[in-house]
Design a protein. Structure first.
Length: 257
């Protein structure tokens, strides 16, 4: 059974003590690919180092996370992202987007950064990986401005109508550990979504699925998300693994060409 973790931060300090073991454990459990979204200038080096250590399994992306968008440093941070995008090929521009949970005061600057990076994604013909915490509707509105743009709403947490709007644009929904939580509304939000729009993710080290909730997340735990999706859609685990893996390969297809 082959699986793909479309969003995992295995390069962060939380894994400094056992990073290689965590990656190997994921590979042994069937997670053949792990896509690494960048955060900001401080994470680029460690992300690239992990990619170099496991070049057949770990794939770095390049982008500026909305929580790292500050008026004082946005020009320097975006210039660095643009520089890296021009140097080498990445599977996606990410992690980018909007976050209205941590700091609403930077919203306009976040919008500016998002639009800029969406333009770069079109320029380089690669998808975007979107962070949309408490800002799903706002993200939908902005990305819809960019004709031809493709991507995934990572850690989707929106409503059924938002899920429908996203998939109608041709975007994917990233489903992670929160889907397994007892009080999660996600199962109802995606119940009627066609399977061709779903991809798996962990967002490690965050949002561990049940039965690991509250502990450090890792890519091997993605199987618990798979189990939940299989149960919701009454599809066998192997079939669901095949579908979500093919979806992920389509999402990042430009990286293979």
């Amino acid at each position: 059974m082959k699986l793909i973790d479309t969003h995992t931060h295995l390069y962060l300090p939380e894994f400094d003590a056992d990073r290689e073991a965590v990656v190997k454990r994921a590979i042994e459990s069937g997670v053949e690919r792990m896509y690494l979204p960048n955060v900001d200038s401080e994470t680029i080096e460690s992300m690239h180092k992990l990619e170099a250590l496991f070049p057949l399994n770990c794939y770095a992306m390049m982008g500026l996370h909305p929580c790292s968008v500050k008026k004082e440093t946005i020009d320097e941070e975006l210039a660095l992202v643009e520089s890296w995008l021009s140097k080498r090929k990445y599977p996606a521009v990410g992690e980018i987007g909007l976050d209205l949970y941590w700091d609403k005061s930077t919203f306009e600057t976040q919008v500016e950064a998002l639009r800029t990076q969406c333009r770069w994604a079109l320029q380089y013909n690669i998808p975007v990986v979107l962070h949309s915490r408490e800002s799903t509707a706002e993200c939908i509105k902005i990305v819809s401005e960019f004709v031809g743009l493709k991507g995934v709403f990572h850690c989707f947490s929106g409503t059924a109508s938002e899920a429908k709007a996203i998939t109608e644009m041709g975007f994917y929904l990233g489903i992670g550990g929160a889907f397994t939580y007892k009080k999660s509304s996600l199962p109802e939000s995606i119940r009627d979504i066609q399977l061709e729009y779903l991809v798996l993710e962990t967002d490690s080290p965050y949002l561990s699925p049940v039965p690991y909730r509250g502990k450090r997340n890792e890519s091997s735990y993605i199987r618990h998300v798979l189990d939940g999706l299989s149960e919701l859609h009454m599809v066998g685990r192997t079939q669901m693994a095949d579908i979500t893996t093919q979806n992920a390969l389509k999402l990042f297809a430009s990286h293979e060409s």
